[in-house]
Write a protein that binds this ligand. Structure first.
Ligand code: PMV
Length: 358
């Protein structure tokens, strides 16, 4: 029937980078100045659920997020929709019996299971879910890596949310962005013991957006040159190795150093950008204290927790399940009801286990 409604739904989880993406060499295509690596959280933890539907009577393209109409006229969203429609069109022209979904308007309905305004990496999960829901609706025969190229145009970090586990985004060298894609370093089950504690700093005021912050950093930070040319290429190799070998000590040291290097570059801009605040620095000190206490107790070197901060004051603390009490237990005990923190969540990279909200 001509008014048939076609529909597909999907989930995409949030990912938190341990080697940060910061800087665009091509702002239009979202091509980065450096490669990055992240851990995708569990679907049961922070994620976006998106349903894409279309019919010949759908009046216009629309996106509703948590019940609110969103503006989708921006170039980034339009680039994703355009590419997906073009892929569908190719399918339709090679098989005329297929319904002409590429000519129909799209209705997109998304739900985040976490507060969008909390400054958690919502655009990553959002664009990854949007792209995959439409790709599923269109029955596109594309791999996650091919889809990552499309999602990257919506939000750079979104390309890493199309895969679970440990994911790298290769910066690529092509001017058209064809080789700037995400790939799986290791699946979640390779290192299933990994946990992420998310600490939301309640005093979060509006940050400098990541696009504006990146632009300012590329334009005015001298530390940034060294980061891009020397620091990150070495760290990417070392981090991939740490993941392959399940070496938490190396994973932790590299994560913390890279987060600090990224925030140092932000401070080195004109005017300086401060994403971390006193509350954030308190989380850094607590991680340092936990690690040195562990070293004293065990008599050997070895970090058991690692902090990392994105473009905002919230902390993400990685640790292994065996150290749940020593890390998450301690954080929760100390921060319970403390001013400056509004919520604490524990998450895993596991695909199915429900860890819930703390
Ligand atoms: O994807 P964007 O444009 O929101 O940039 C994300 C930047 C960081 O979260 C700070 C780092 C990263 O690699 O996710």
């Amino acid at each position: 029937a001509s008014d048939e409604v076609y529909r597909a739904s999907t989930y995409a989880p949030v990912n938190i980078a341990v080697i940060k993406y910061w800087g665009k060499r091509d702002p239009k295509l979202n091509l980065p100045t450096n490669s990055s690596l992240s851990v995708t959280l569990s679907q049961d933890d922070l994620r976006t659920h998106t349903t894409a539907s279309c019919s010949s009577s759908t009046p216009h393209d629309s996106l509703i997020l948590n019940g609110h109409d969103q503006d989708i006229s921006g170039a980034r969203t339009q680039a994703c929709l355009h590419d997906l429609r073009q892929h569908r069109q190719q399918l339709e022209s090679s098989d005329p019996s297929l319904p002409k979904l590429s000519t129909m308007k799209l209705k997109l309905v998304s739900e985040n299971n976490f507060p969008t305004a909390a400054g958690l990496a919502s655009s990553a999960a959002g664009f990854a879910a949007l792209v995959r829901a439409i790709a599923d609706l269109y029955a596109l025969p594309l791999t996650p890596t091919q889809l990552s190229r499309i999602a990257r145009q919506g939000s750079g970090s979104a390309c890493r949310s199309l895969m679970g586990g440990y994911v790298a985004w290769e910066k690529g060298t092509a001017a058209d962005g064809s080789d700037s894609v995400a790939y799986e370093v290791a699946p979640a089950h390779h290192w299933l013991e990994m946990r992420a504690l998310i600490l939301v700093a309640s005093a979060a005021k509006k940050d400098v957006s990541s696009t504006a912050g990146m632009q300012q950093t590329v334009a005015s930070s001298s530390l940034f040159e060294k980061r891009v040319d020397e620091v990150v290429p070495k760290r990417m190799k070392a981090m991939e190795k740490a993941v392959q070998e399940r070496d938490f000590e190396a994973f932790a040291r590299l994560s913390m150093k890279d987060s600090n290097n990224f925030h140092a570059c932000c401070l080195d801009t004109d005017p300086p950008i401060f994403y971390m605040n006193d509350t954030s620095r308190c989380a850094v000190r607590l991680c340092e204290a936990i690690n040195s206490h562990h070293e004293t107790q065990s008599g050997k070197a070895g970090a058991i927790c690692a902090y990392t901060f994105d473009a905002g004051p919230n902390a993400v603390v990685y640790y292994l399940a065996d150290n749940e009490q020593a890390v998450a237990g301690l954080f929760k005990g100390i921060l319970q009801g403390k001013e400056g923190w509004e919520g604490k969540r524990g998450g895993s990279v596991k695909e199915k286990e429900d860890r819930g909200v703390l």
